[in-house]
Write a protein that binds this ligand. Structure first.
Ligand code: FDA
Length: 391
């Protein structure tokens, strides 16, 4: 049995960051992970460049039953604090779009920075170690096939359920239940949406086409790229809206969000009214999409023949397409897991379970989920930092 001050379960973004902070405060820390390599999601994130934070961090860009819960940690350890850390490590970065910061080089640089900082602070990383059983006799006891670990403080940073192929297990939720914490129902977030056969069939020729779209669902709306896929829709606007979408909801889609479609169609009608509706639409939309939209409307004659009502219907077909997904691609491709450990049972300042002193939950396992664009890593750094000061 190894005796320590802090055991951290999960060597992902949140766990490593928490362990560094705790070790810097002189705590004897071990990080346990069943994977062969640490920070695997960091390594593959942002297309291999890691979108490590966002300049526009704000509480309303996080989903949770209690959106104010994340505020304390996000304010105490901000995106600027993490940027300073990245700068100090000599990692070059750039803003891509919408405040999203990426490494110029490789996501590997962020993993290496974390591992260097952990080692320098004296924290120990144990890979290929799967917790079999968690006991509690005043201290926490983690039993594994490689022996036992005992500490008065246990930090659960095992992430969510997304991408099981990369080691996601849902262990954190089981530990929460074991110690009597409530769970908010989990579901895949930041995930491509799928269509049933009747919706998909006419859209099949569009797979691979992307457009600058505005996608809305209820009060939420995002203006970013949209991609037609073989199964439905993807692209940043769809991933964003997927976190707000519930089964049975329809989406409203503007397929040409960067244009004034009514004005553009009127101008084409005035100057070149003799062209076919399909051809006019192809001045606004990619050609194959223009064809599908024109076929769906089945308007007779060329553009000049269209009365006011038909012109309005044409505009609406582009700017107010209403479509109902039948599901999502699920945890197999979801970037995050919505829901998780109920924030009512955690202290927002320290991430400690209110009813179980010494037990902490950080990162994705908690019911805090950010938008696409670096928000989820910032939550991992901020919540990891907050727990790291407290353990
Ligand atoms: P994370 O999942 O990172 O780490 C959990 C760790 O626990 C893993 O190392 C796992 O092996 C370990 N573990 C799980 N079960 C265990 C068990 N039973 N025993 C032992 N260990 C166990 N976010 C962002 O802000 N910017 C981005 O660019 C991206 N890009 C991106 C791409 C892809 C493809 C995905 C899937 C996700 C993203 N994300 C993202 C989301 C981001 O990766 C995610 O929010 C954080 O990694 C969450 O950090 P955690 O440390 O909480 O969990």
């Amino acid at each position: 049995m190894e005796n320590l001050d802090v055991i951290v379960l999960g060597a992902g973004a949140a766990g490593l960051f928490c362990a560094i902070e705790a070790a810097r405060r002189g705590r004897r820390v071990v990080v346990l992970d069943h994977a062969k390599a640490p920070g695997e999601k960091i390594r593959i994130s942002g297309g291999g460049r890691c979108n490590f934070t966002n300049l526009q961090i704000a509480p309303e860009r996080f989903l949770s039953q209690n959106p104010r819960f994340a505020l304390s940690a996000l304010r105490r350890y901000t995106q600027h604090d993490f940027i300073a850390r990245v700068n100090a490590a000599g990692i070059a970065w750039h803003e891509k779009t919408l405040g999203q910061l990426f490494c110029d080089g490789s996501a590997r640089q962020i993993v290496d920075m974390l591992l260097r900082d952990l080692a320098a602070a004296g924290g120990v990383l144990r890979l290929g170690v799967a917790p079999r059983e968690i006991g509690h006799d005043g201290s926490f006891v983690v039993r594994t096939d490689d022996g036992g670990f005992r500490a008065p403080r246990l930090v659960v940073a095992t992430g969510g359920k997304s991408i099981p192929k990369m080691g996601a297990t849902g262990l954190g939720y089981r530990i929460a239940e074991q110690f009597g914490l409530r769970l908010v129902e989990t579901r895949p977030g930041l995930v491509p949406l799928t269509f049933g056969p009747e919706v998909l069939e006419p859209l099949r020729p569009l797979a691979g086409i992307s457009v600058p779209a505005r996608v809305s669902c209820g009060k939420a709306g995002f203006q970013e790229g949209l991609l037609f896929t073989h199964r439905g829709l993807s692209g940043p606007s769809i991933l964003q809206i997927s976190s707000y979408w519930r089964e049975g909801d329809s989406l409203r889609v503007n397929l040409a969000a960067d244009r004034d479609v009514a004005a553009d169609l009127a101008a084409i009608k005035a100057s070149q009214g003799r062209i076919a509706v399909k051809t006019a639409l192809a001045r606004i939309l990619p050609e194959r999409l223009a064809q599908v939209v024109a076929e769906r409307l089945a308007l007779k004659g060329n553009l000049a023949d269209q009365p006011k009502a038909a012109m309005a219907a044409l505009t609406a077909a582009v700017t107010e397409w209403e479509v109902k997904p039948n599901g999502s691609e699920g945890y197999r491709t979801a970037e995050v897991t919505l829901g998780g450990v109920d924030t009512r049972d955690l202290d927002a300042r320290t991430m400690e379970a209110r009813a179980v002193p010494g037990l902490y939950f950080i990162g994705e396992v908690v019911d805090v989920t950010g938008w696409l664009g670096g928000y989820n890593f910032q939550w991992a750094w901020s919540s990891g930092w907050a727990a790291g000061q407290a353990v």
